[in-house]
Design a protein around this ligand. Structure first.
Ligand code: 4NP
Length: 194
């Protein structure tokens, strides 16, 4: 990844959902696989987290902190040779500083990140001024002419059946390819502009 001082800087990508046991750990594992298949793993930092949501101290605690991914998600992913190994953790103020891309699975995740950022700022924590420009919907990177044209969210599969977990994988396979293409094009544009 090019940087202004000519040194190579890793591109950091954080995937965010509610519980960090279904969608975002899958996005993390699928994107890692896509990047490894392209032999570009040295150029990336890839992680995932959850917003927790709903309870009074969700800014430091999430429903599933420390848990492995949901066993139904693990089963669907492993059939596609995608292995979920991460443990759930909550979003932190440092994440807003440290990551270049903060990708929410649905609009609620995006709203929750903004509520958390406002809360942290009100408590005197460092929240980067530009953090909003890093926060995007994952579906922004779906193939615009592909099978999932027009879809804006990766639906929460937690309370549904197997089809929901398969849909998560289908959407993330598509969007992770688009994300890597986008990052490569952005870097080519940066080099051209420098
Ligand atoms: P995720 O799915 O946000 O994709 O990890 C969920 C996991 C847990 C819950 C909801 C959604 N929950 O209500 O515990």
């Amino acid at each position: 990844m090019p940087s202004t001082n000519g040194a190579s800087k890793k591109c950091s990508v954080l995937f965010v959902c509610l519980g960090n046991i279904c969608r975002s750990p899958t996005a993390e594992a699928v994107f890692k696989k896509v990047v490894e298949q392209a032999n570009e793993q040295d150029q990336f930092l890839i992680d995932s987290c959850g917003t927790g949501g709903g309870n009074p101290d969700w800014y430091s605690w999430s429903y599933h902190t420390g848990d492995p991914s949901d066993r139904r998600m693990i089963a669907s992913a492993s059939k596609r040779n995608v292995h979920l190994t991460s443990r759930s953790r909550p979003l932190t103020p440092e994440d807003l500083q440290n990551f270049d891309y903060i990708l929410g699975m649905d609009y609620e995740n995006i709203a929750a990140i903004q509520v958390a950022a406002d809360y942290w700022a009100s408590k005197g924590k460092t929240v980067p001024k530009d953090y909003r420009s890093k926060v995007q919907l994952m579906c922004k990177y779906l193939d615009k002419d592909g099978a999932f044209k027009g879809i804006t969210e990766v639906p929460d599969p937690y309370y549904g059946g197997t089809k929901g977990f398969e849909l998560v994988l289908d959407l993330l396979d598509d969007a992770c390819e688009g994300l890597l293409t986008h990052i490569r094009e952005r870097d080519v544009a940066k080099v051209a502009a420098s």
